[in-house]
Design a protein around this ligand. Sequence first.
Ligand code: C2E
Ligand code: MG
Ligand code: MG
Ligand code: MG
Length: 291
Amino acid sequence: AAKKQRRNAYKIFDQDMMEAKQDYLQIEAYLQTAIENDEFELYFQPKLDLKTNKISGMEALLRWHHPILGNVPPNKFIPIAEETGVIWKIDKWVLKNACIQNKKWAESKMAQQLRVSVNISPIQFSHPDFTEMVKHVLEETGLEPGLLELEITETTVIDNTEECIKNVETLRELGVGVSIDDFGTGYSSLNYLKRFPFDYLKIDQSYVREMFNRKEDMAIVKAIITLAKDLNLKVIAEGVEDSDILECLKDLDCDEIQGYYISRPLSSPDFETMMKLMKRQEELRLLKNTL
Ligand code: C2E
Ligand code: MG
Ligand code: MG
Ligand code: MG
């Protein structure tokens, strides 16, 4: 019976593998035409400044609505896009559209000017033409460089240290911000931190979400905040899902937070509505104070 079971297990495994492969091939094929077919949309998740209690910026997050596959999450299609090289086109599309949208918002007086952050894939970031592309997109869209930030993961830095340092320096000269995403999950050596002129460390949400349940996670969050302060970097925590964690991060002197407790990622119209509501609330509050 054990043998039979094992054989069945293999069968299931084979079938899973085949389905996964088919999935992969389908996604790969459909990705090629996703831009032309207008299937991508940018969502925006606000970041809250814990010192001012105001929205300080937002992260652009890519959404793919496919007519047959439905909504495919980025964790599923971004790795495939990276392997097949189509990521270059996608990241460029994201960058351009995030800049266009933020330029509109900056001019609309919807709020004070906000900084939009865009996730950049490792291969893309260490490409020698990358900074030229960014410069071109900024010129083309007219967005002030100070209103753009790029998020890269630790592994990007480790794998291509020299090219990366050059690119970060060039971006900083342009006035574009650079932050390290998912900090704490990538690599054990912190040596690279001395050599890079970053703006932000983003504490990975896996540490933040379980802060109260696992004392190791709490220790790591505290250590990252202290490290960031000592290195003169700003620090932002991702994955804040309730007010207890918000209060705790405030006490720990974390600069900014992002997470479902503040807001899920929103479509542009929803983001706009939220910002307008917040502005109106603020105006009413000020009005009440003068009455
Ligand atoms: P990331 O850059 O670390 O983005 C944060 C992810 O956490 C987002 O998932 C966001 O929706 C989710 N999140 C935010 N707050 C919370 C929370 O409180 N709780 C929980 N459980 N989740 C939260 P999303 O949008 O599915 O993106 C996943 C990853 O895909 C991103 O991780 C990023 O690495 C990648 N990605 C997304 N958009 C792009 C893009 O335009 N270009 C590239 N290259 N990568 C992208
Ligand atoms: Mg990110
Ligand atoms: Mg992250
Ligand atoms: Mg991530």
